[in-house]
Design a protein around this ligand. Structure first.
Ligand SMILES: [Zn+2]
Length: 131
């Protein structure tokens, strides 16, 4: 994730006053953080029913969206992609130490319940059917 220390007005222009507010907030956050830290600041009126969310960050939109997704998943208690990656990494490490026969049994058990063509959970899965 690359931090962009120079804020252009274009990055968070949303019109007159609020835009100026976001620029001042972005500068204040930037000044308060160590140079190698990123931020994403979301600002909204507390009494608004229709949102009014404004957003400013010093990282790419793609990076912020990825972080937000991970944040939401963590807050909701669902496993994150990185959690699943860790499980696979751990499982692969453990599989090194078993016999080939045991490894095949374990892999077969691992694939059980998933379509090996598309990864879906439908049983039987029709992803390979042309009709
Ligand atoms: Zn399938």
């Amino acid at each position: 994730m690359s931090a962009n220390r120079s804020f252009t007005r274009k990055q968070f222009t949303n019109g007159g006053g609020p835009s100026n507010m976001m620029q001042r907030a972005a500068k204040a956050v930037t000044d308060a953080l160590p140079k190698d830290h990123g931020f994403a600041l979301m600002v909204f009126p507390l009494d608004s029913r229709d949102g009014g969310l404004r957003y400013v960050a010093n990282a790419s939109r793609e990076s912020v969206l990825k972080l937000l997704k991970e944040f939401v998943e963590k807050q909701q208690g669902s496993p994150t992609v990185s959690d699943a990656d860790k499980v696979v990494e751990s499982a692969k490490s453990l599989l090194k130490d078993v016999t080939p026969e045991k490894r095949m049994d374990l892999l077969s058990e691992m694939f059980s319940g998933y379509c090996q063509a598309c990864g879906g959970t439908d049983s039987p899965c029709h992803c390979m059917n042309d009709d």
